[in-house]
Design a protein around this ligand. Structure first.
Ligand code: GUN
Ligand code: ZN
Length: 426
């Protein structure tokens, strides 16, 4: 067993329905085999366990590891392609890079960069939008296993309207997805996600195949994109006989508690109701929505309809791996919506980046640092005299300190990361 000593801040209950920030300063967390078994004042924990080694994390703040609910593995080298809306951005920046993943050696290099980038940003769990090629997916799951990240991912499927080298067929999609799930779903910390790219690039037949895959892979998640950009939404309506976007998935049994749909910037009330009633989650990707000019996320309407919302970095349309930056942008976005916006505090941002993500990804063992949970955590310890250090030192209370961490913090302030009690060394 090990005692971690420090200031621990987390948010186990939803602050949109009354949950409050939980702060324990000079506390001890007793961790056994990766699981937190006790939390309390350090001296009490120490007295009860005088012989256990102590890891001293004082002088910083320990937060739960972040949970990124939407991030693209093959797009890390495409970050920063500014100036285009979604469909043009895909053609110019994202898809040419995704086509390079056909080369397994290239993909293995990207996979290593990707998992290191996530971990360095304090992200310990992620729902990862995969590649269109099975060998590249093997590289991703293999790289994630080496680092120990909790990855849920799957082969990306499309059978129309993308460049031909990214297309598959329903029969091939089924066989390759199932083979990957057999290799990786439940292997170590890996899980499988059935992943059609978006309805725009998928026939009804392929989406029906996704429904069959969900039946064939118990415990799998389902993830895709929805209602991101107005031109995209109009094309989907044309392709599906005027259907709304959420229904293109729902009619194949793809909208339920296992579902995480990214963006949803322009939903109708009917769609929000469907998502809420069915228990689906939405990955809010605020820097991507701003970079591609997709629009301002209607958080308040999602909350009104009881739709679960978590944060996603959406690398490579998004501006990097840090959920600190996404949290800040989520805050800005609600401010820009003025009286249509939902004012957010640091507590909300921490929740969206941690416990909300764990709930969306069906990972009940992570998200906060309560006894019984896995010790997935990050130490935020900024350099002395840096603006963030000054900000934290002069905060009136911890809620203000958390707001400053989201405002000023970057990945360089993440000094250490643990998954299941293990210190990452990458
Ligand atoms: N919709 C379909 N593919 C993508 C993608 O790669 N990024 C974003 N932001 N939206 C998408
Ligand atoms: Zn995306």
């Amino acid at each position: 067993m090990t005692i971690f000593r420090g200031t621990f801040i987390d948010i186990p209950e939803n602050p949109f329905t009354g949950g409050v920030l939980r702060v324990d300063s000079d506390a001890g967390l007793l961790v056994e085999d990766g699981t937190i078994v006790a939390r309390g004042p350090f001296l009490d924990i120490r007295r009860a366990h005088p012989a256990e080694p102590v890891v001293d994390l004082t002088g910083g703040v320990v937060l739960p590891g972040f949970v990124d609910s939407h991030v693209h593995f093959p797009q890390i080298r495409a970050v920063g392609g500014l100036g285009l809306p979604l469909l043009e951005w895909l053609d110019k920046y994202a898809l040419p890079e995704e086509a390079r993943m056909a080369d397994a050696i290239y993909a293995a290099g990207v996979a290593k960069e990707f998992v290191r980038g996530l971990a360095a940003a304090g992200t310990t769990s992620a729902l990862v939008f995969g590649a269109h090629y099975s060998d590249a997916m093997d590289a991703l799951f293999g790289a994630a296993s080496e680092v120990g990240l909790r990855i849920t991912s799957g082969l990306v499927l499309s059978d129309r309207l993308l460049r031909p080298d990214l297309l598959t067929t329903p029969v091939r999609a089924y066989a390759e997805s199932l083979a990957l799930a057999n290799r990786w779903h439940g292997t170590g910390r890996n899980r499988y996600a059935v992943t059609p790219r978006f309805s725009l690039s998928c026939t009804d037949e392929l989406l029906a195949t996704c429904g069959e895959l969900m039946e064939a892979i118990p415990g799998a998640l389902f993830t895709s994109h929805v209602n991101e950009n107005k031109a995209e939404i109009a094309t989907v309506a044309d392709l599906f006989g005027g259907s709304d976007y959420v229904t293109t998935y729902e009619r194949h049994g793809l909208v339920d508690r296992r579902t995480v749909l990214a963006h949803n910037v322009h939903p109708t009330d009917v769609e929000l109701k469907l998502l809420g009633v069915n228990g689906a989650s939405v990955a809010h990707c605020p820097t991507s929505n701003a970079a591609l000019g997709s629009g301002l996320f209607p958080l308040h309407r999602h909350l009104q309809y009881g739709v679960r919302v978590a944060l996603g970095s959406d690398v490579g349309a998004g501006a990097g791996f840090s959920l600190l930056k996404e949290g800040l942008q989520a805050y800005f976005c609600q401010q820009l919506l003025a009286d249509q916006g939902r004012p957010l505090t640091g507590t909300h941002l921490l929740y969206l980046a941690t416990t909300a993500g764990a709930e969306a990804l069906n990972l009940p063992q992570v998200g906060h640092l309560s006894p019984g949970q896995a010790f997935d955590a990050q130490l935020i310890r900024p350099a002395e005299d840096s603006p963030l250090a000054i900000g934290i030192n002069h905060a009136e209370d911890y809620e203000e300190a958390v707001a400053r961490i989201f405002t000023l913090g970057t990945t360089t302030d993440v000094q250490a990361v643990w998954i299941n009690g293990d210190l990452l060394t990458t």
